[in-house]
Design a protein around this ligand. Structure first.
Ligand SMILES: [Zn+2]
Length: 299
């Protein structure tokens, strides 16, 4: 359900910026990392680079504990349809959103999606009468929230895509993809399981980073993370204060705001508790979608 909102985003000229991300542990800095509140091309690139470093660093011990090496992802920020081996970006609206490509182990981060849809979220919150309470909660003005939160929004989007990278590193990305690509009645459920697991893993990485002081953990950051996940769920028409939404009867595709936020919050709690984010999130998503757990994760 991510695509419909993003389809309204117009693609602009192609500009691909490659940034390899180091996963090696670095000396922990005293100051938690953060993304600048105001977006410029430079602050956006800096935000994505530091977010990728912090989130992959959280995942490194989880992946290492499963044995084998950890292959770092490449982060590719695009402002137009990126040439890549996974999706045909020239085919209409396919690649206006960020995505993970397992064929070249690259996370493609959209530079133009989050500036648009984070403003859209705030506008919808105003229409639904919840923007004032959101502003109180975050200590920001409504005018500030209406300008969007592109950098932190994109960092949260990146955290979801890195969830797919972790799935790939753990050997279960293909397991999900093969089942989701089938034409059986359960194919959609496997896609939902992979996506909701990635939402949970986004929460895990951000919860872990918050708990360890690796990332700034302010009410505004927490709000922006929730708002991003809600927006990615597509239908904000039932938005209520505190990110409350009606539960969907059936999970379709990526899931609606209720399912995505629930999985994100579970993941955040798993991260704070230092649970194994890969297994805990796969279990949570399997339970929500009534699909089996990927066999490699059974212990
Ligand atoms: Zn996804």
């Amino acid at each position: 359900m991510t695509a419909p909102r993003r389809r309204r985003v117009a693609a602009s000229a192609l500009l691909v910026i490659l940034a390899a991300v180091a996963i090696a542990p670095t000396a922990s800095s005293a100051e938690p990392a953060a993304c600048s509140g105001s977006r410029t091309p430079a602050s956006f690139r800096a935000c994505i680079a530091v977010a990728a470093q912090v989130y992959t660093r959280q995942w490194a011990p989880v992946l290492s504990a499963r044995g084998g090496s950890v292959a770092v992802p490449t982060i590719d920020i695009f402002t137009g349809p990126p040439i890549n081996p996974c999706v045909d970006a020239t085919a209409g609206d396919v690649a206006v959103a960020s995505f993970f490509c397992d064929k070249n182990r690259t996370v493609y981060v959209s530079a133009f999606a989050s500036p648009y849809w984070t403003r859209e979220y705030a506008r919808e919150a105003r229409r639904q009468g919840v923007l004032a309470s959101d502003a109180r909660r975050t200590g920001r003005t409504q005018a500030r929230l209406l300008r969007g939160f592109a950098n932190q929004g994109a960092a949260t989007e990146l955290a979801h895509e890195l969830g797919h990278w972790v799935q790939e590193q753990a050997g279960i990305f293909g397991w999900y993809s093969r089942r989701a690509a089938g034409d059986g009645p359960r194919a959609g459920a496997y896609q939902s399981a992979a996506e909701l697991s990635a939402d949970c893993m986004a929460g895990w990485a951000q919860g872990r980073a918050a708990a360890t002081g690796a990332w700034q953990n302010t009410p505004f950051v927490r709000w922006a993370n929730h708002a991003t996940i809600a927006e990615l769920g597509g239908d904000l028409s039932e938005l209520r204060p505190g990110f409350r939404f009606p539960r969907e009867a059936v999970v379709i595709a990526h899931g609606g705001p209720w399912s995505r936020l629930q999985m994100y919050d579970k993941g955040f709690a798993f991260g704070v508790a230092n649970a194994d984010g890969l297994v805990a999130c796969a279990r949570a998503a399997a339970s929500r979608t009534s699909t089996p757990l990927p066999p490699f994760l059974e212990s």
